[in-house]
Design a protein around this ligand. Structure first.
Ligand code: BES
Ligand code: MN
Ligand code: ZN
Length: 498
């Protein structure tokens, strides 16, 4: 995709489509006033006759607008003037792209970047614009045969800006948006792939491919034998029931010499049947998404590499399949983690924490500046926060607040949840150092507390993305979250934000 910025009038631009906006009470937004003037009141007339909707998420495509050089004008609803925020802005851009589906639109000029939007300067507007465009263009047709639905053949995407100073910020925003969108796309693809394709070995191949030909990226894949030598008894107990070999995938992006890295650990359960504590049938197919933590950290390192950020980032992905069989771990089995702590596996369906704890212990060798694990860890988190916000838990108030603020800025929001001894007490075991489940109350938090027993001395945060990583129902599909949130943390840390 080619990006550009322009200070020229919307009506003068020869594009396949220009995006303009209207607010409630017939107020014009973006390049709409210019289009209205050039067309001698065409938009005003249509608004008065009720043919243009100002509701967020609505779009009307106009063709052959008099006095306007562009082939199409996409008029999107922006809601109440003065209340336009980043969320509505993204929704509006996506609505325009969706409305163009099926058309031969190759170049688009988005003039909504001229608007004043709560909490977003032109850098964030251009970035959100590119990310929203990427989301709206996304299709997962890899597994379909025959004639497939195709996205519009967009190859040139521009943003209108008021002056040259804004142009530089908008270009930077588009460039970062492009990198983040690439990471989001990778995360969605990996999530959407079925578990008979996206196995631990497949994830390892994807990681190797990402690093191939990039001088700043390296990938190392540890086998089960190597994990055994490291003493990862907890991780290996999860893979005991499957024929599919487990992998520990380690990626390093070196953009800042010998600085301490930020380490991202992603849960990579390529399918979670629950094991011997078998899950119920309905919607079990969605447990192919149980590797979305892994997908998001791989997506984030891909985004960082694409943006060439001056930072060091390591990714650690414990990748396993959780299956029942005669060799599978049984409720009551006791396993020894790499940290030396023993764990009574009271429920084989609480497997995410069993692989993450060994990945966290392994990550100590990197002396992380901060370590963040990302996991579709608990159904309890979905009950607590639904599909809107990622749960953020941390042993550092500063890191938790940093991630929270990053989520807001990136339009990929989280919400703080507690940790603490009063919750951790639920993990007491009569027979081992701890149990892997903590009873019915506060399940997302006790899972966090379990991980906290392996992060002493590290600045650590845990993101539970069980509600945010994918959508169920008619629009079933990966969301790519929290790639934007994590990318924002890294962009801010390395000073790459304008
Ligand atoms: N992968 C699941 C969590 C999950 C469930 C995410 C549904 C999204 C939707 C995880 O491995 C799991 O099964 N957790 C158990 C833990 C329990 C046994 C303590 C859960 O949440 O039921
Ligand atoms: Mn499970
Ligand atoms: Zn799971």
């Amino acid at each position: 995709m080619e990006y550009f910025t322009t200070t020229s009038k919307a009506s003068r631009r020869a594009a396949d489509c220009i995006i303009v906006g209207i607010y409630e009470r017939n107020k014009l937004g973006g390049g709409a006033a210019d289009v209205d003037t050039a067309s001698k009141g065409h938009l005003t007339a249509l608004m008065k006759s009720g043919d243009l909707s100002s509701a967020p998420g609505r779009c009307t495509i106009l063709t052959a607008v008099p006095g306007v050089r562009a082939k199409r004008v996409a008029v999107v609803g922006l809601g109440k003037k003065g209340e336009l925020d980043g969320t509505v802005f993204k929704k509006a851009v996506a609505a325009a792209i969706h409305a163009l589906e099926g058309s031969k639109t190759r170049q688009i000029l988005n003039t909504l970047t001229l608007e004043s939007v709560k909490g977003c300067d032109v850098y964030y507007l251009a970035r959100h614009s590119v990310e929203a465009m990427g989301d709206a263009l996304y299709l997962f047709t890899e597994m379909k045969s025959g004639r497939k639905k195709k996205p519009i053949p967009l190859s040139k995407y521009g943003h209108a800006v008021a002056d040259r100073g804004n142009a530089a910020r908008a270009s930077r925003g588009a460039e970062h948006g492009d990198g983040i969108a690439k990471g989001v796309r990778l995360a969605k693809d990996l999530g959407n792939l079925p578990a008979n394709v996206c196995t631990p070995s497949y994830l390892a191949r994807v990681a190797r491919k990402l690093a191939a030909g990039n001088g700043k990226l390296t990938t190392q894949v540890l086998s089960e034998a190597e994990m055994k030598r490291l003493g990862m008894g907890s991780l290996l107990s999860v893979t005991a029931g499957t024929a599919e070999p487990a992998k520990l995938i380690v990626m390093k992006y070196k953009g800042a010499g010998n600085e301490k890295p930020v380490v991202l650990v992603g849960k990579g359960v390529t399918f979670d049947t629950g094991g011997i504590s078998l899950k119920p049938g309905p919607a079990m197919d969605e447990m192919k998404y149980d590797m979305c933590g892994a997908a998001s950290v791989l997506g984030t390192i891909a985004a960082v590499a694409s943006m060439k950020l001056p930072i060091n980032v390591n990714v650690v992905v414990p990748a396993v399949e959780n299956m029942p069989s005669s060799k599978a771990t049984k409720p009551g089995d006791i396993v020894k983690s790499m940290s030396g702590q023993t764990i009574e596996v009271l429920n084989t369906d609480a497997e995410g924490r069993l692989i993450l704890c060994d990945a966290l212990t392994y990550s100590r060798r990197f002396k992380p500046a901060a370590i963040i694990d990302v996991a579709t860890l608990t159904g309890a988190c979905v009950i607590a926060l639904g599909a809107h916000r990622t749960a953020i838990m941390s042993n550092s108030d500063a890191l938790r607040e940093e991630i929270f603020a990053a989520g807001d800025a990136a339009e990929d929001r989280g919400w703080p949840m507690p940790l603490g001894e009063e919750y951790a007490a639920q993990l007491k075991s009569n027979f081992a150092d701890m149990a892997n489940i903590g009873g019915p109350g506060g399940g997302a938090v006790t899972a966090g507390c379990f991980l906290g027993k392996f992060t002493d001395g590290m600045t650590w945060a845990h993101l539970d993305i069980a509600g945010t990583a994918w959508k169920s129902g008619a629009k079933k599909g990966g969301t790519g979250r929290p790639v934007p949130m994590l990318s924002q943390v890294l962009l801010a840390r390395c000073g790459a934000l304008p």
